[in-house]
Design a protein around this ligand. Structure first.
Ligand code: ADP
Ligand code: MG
Length: 244
């Protein structure tokens, strides 16, 4: 079995051409071991979202290779990539992106339907139980708090048992108490074997991870293992000074 969940090899992603060209990612190499929690930080525009989207098969690099376990995503047909995204990747966003007309249970079941499976009720309720919302299964997003909606989004991302769960600022829209609940949940999932990669601006959020990667100008400039919030904040301050 491959112990690397995600591997990036010299991944470059540019937009536009000639004088208007922007290099969002500039030759990024990265190995993410299975069952670990990685936080990605960096100034606005440093390429964090692009990194996540390329790693998750939501975007295609201009050059380089991306692997999910043994599968090379770069080079897969659009059809195969779509299938892989539906079955092996989970993604949560800052805006929870739940369908407002559907109940929590129906939202969580949706990825299975899209993958052509008939969801078992017990399976869906079980995932809702994991995020502490089994008793809210019949509620629509408008009847839930922000933190509860993000937990439904987490359950929806986990229903297919993805190899990797990606989060682009998943606590960015939550107050700090609710954010901590979501982070504790993510940490528990990683301790149970889930691989998680999360973009965040918040040093406290990053401190829940096993490792923090610091991006600047589309490159991984630094990393910090077993981070404390204080270490992360100090490193970010130093990076900001260095780039002036
Ligand atoms: N679709 C796009 N078209 C053109 N430029 C883009 C596009 N998406 C991102 N970029 C540019 O790529 C760089 C990195 O963006 P992004 O990955 O969103 O950064 P971050 O998430 O760190 O704020 C930025 O300069 C941004 O303007
Ligand atoms: Mg972003």
């Amino acid at each position: 079995m491959n112990h690397t969940a995600v591997r990036l090899r010299s991944v470059t992603r540019s937009y536009g051409r000639n004088t208007g060209a922007v290099t969002a990612l500039d030759g990024v190499c990265l190995d993410v071991p299975r069952g670990t929690f990685t936080a990605v930080m960096g100034p606005s525009g440093s390429g964090k979202s692009t990194l996540l989207q390329c790693a998750a098969g939501l975007d295609r690099p201009t050059a380089g290779q991306v692997f999910l376990g043994d599968t090379e995503l770069t080079g897969l047909s659009e059809r195969k990539l779509t299938l892989l995204r539906r079955t092996r990747i989970g993604f949560v966003f800052q805006a929870f992106n739940l369908l407002p007309a559907l109940t929590a249970e129906q939202n969580v079941a949706l990825p299975l339907r899209l993958a052509g499976r008939r969801p078992k009720r017990a399976e869906v309720l079980d995932v809702l139980e994991r995020v502490g919302l089994r008793e809210r299964a019949g509620h629509r997003p408008g009847e839930l708090s922000g933190g509860q909606q993000q937990r439904v989004a987490l359950a929806r991302a986990l229903i297919t048992r993805p190899d990797v769960l990606f989060g682009d600022e998943p606590t960015g829209a939550l107050d700090s108490t609710t954010g901590r609940q979501v982070l504790t949940l993510l940490r528990t999932m990683v301790d149970d074997g889930q691989t998680v990669i999360m973009v965040t601006h918040d040093p406290v959020a990053a401190s829940y991870a096993d490792r923090v990667l610091f991006l600047a100008d589309g490159r991984v400039r630094d990393e910090l293992p077993d981070p404390s919030a204080e270490q992360v904040a100090a490193r970010m301050t130093r990076m900001a000074v260095a780039s002036c």
